[in-house]
Ligand binder design. Structure first.
Ligand SMILES: [Ca+2]
Ligand SMILES: [Ca+2]
Ligand SMILES: [Ca+2]
Ligand SMILES: [Ca+2]
Length: 249
């Protein structure tokens, strides 16, 4: 009976927040505590991967710099941040968003170790203004970040890579509580921005993810489980809905 209650709770959460059932796929970025400036000087980040209210050691901190969470739902990948993905500006600094790197999942390595050149499967260019993304294969090189080197890579090198897919990108701003994650802010009332790559699907399944912006003040990493887990979660939702329907008859 306990299992049934959990399932009902999961469905309630999904319905109550208006978001499709999904999972947070953020993993720890491997770079220690927050930077040295206010408001988060030396503090640990929040959330399952210490990524919320967090930037990298030795960097500026604050909402404008924060990449907060990665969310996976039905083959769509969402990136959440109080960072402005469209303008790429943070506290007057021009720090445009980089490419999303997708690498072979390696359970024995921290996220960035899988991003050695030979293990990168794809990189994805994000055109926030045009609401499109492009997936590239044959990753033969990349551009490093300009400041915080452990956050490298920033952009893929397109000279030898091959375009394999184009998709639609959704960009929402002013979101109070994306996906019910309970993300925090330094300044009360600051809202969150959400980039969703619609239909990224198999390109990211069972893979490690890496994303940062130009200077590398904050990097965010993730691991998307294989299709089995996603299907299992979907099944859990369907089973839960059936249980609710029976109960309300
Ligand atoms: Ca960190
Ligand atoms: Ca935050
Ligand atoms: Ca962060
Ligand atoms: Ca980080």
């Amino acid at each position: 009976m306990r299992i049934k209650r959990v399932m009902l709770a999961a469905v309630g959460l999904a319905v109550g927040t208006g978001f499709a059932l999904g999972i947070e796929v953020t993993v720890y970025d491997g770079q220690g505590l927050n930077g040295a400036t206010a408001p988060w000087a030396g503090q640990a980040g929040l959330g399952v991967a210490n990524e919320d209210n967090e930037t990298e050691p030795g960097t500026y901190t604050g909402d404008a710099w924060d990449l907060e969470a990665l969310w996976w739902s039905g083959g769509n990948l969402s990136v959440v941040g109080t960072y402005d993905f469209l303008t790429g500006m943070a506290d007057g600094h021009d720090v445009p968003i980089g490419d999303l790197f997708i690498g072979e999942f390696n359970p024995n390595s921290p996220p960035d170790a899988c991003m050695l050149l030979g293990d990168m499967d794809y990189y994805v260019t994000l055109n926030i203004a045009a609401r499109t993304y492009n997936v590239w294969a044959n990753v033969n090189g990349y551009t490093a970040v300009s400041d915080i080197s452990p956050s490298t890579p920033w952009k893929g090198a397109s000279s030898d890579s091959v375009p394999v897919a184009t998709g639609v990108l959704d960009y929402l701003t002013g979101v109070a509580d994306p996906f019910g994650l309970g993300l925090q802010t330094a300044v009360p009332g600051v809202r969150h921005n959400v980039v969703t790559l619609v239909g990224l699907g198999d390109y990211a399944a069972n893979s490690d993810l890496h994303l940062t912006y130009k200077c590398g003040n904050d990097e965010i990493d993730g691991h998307v489980p294989d299709g089995g887990l996603s299907l299992m979660l979907l099944g859990l939702g369907v089973t839960g809905l059936a249980a609710v329907r029976r109960r309300t008859r």
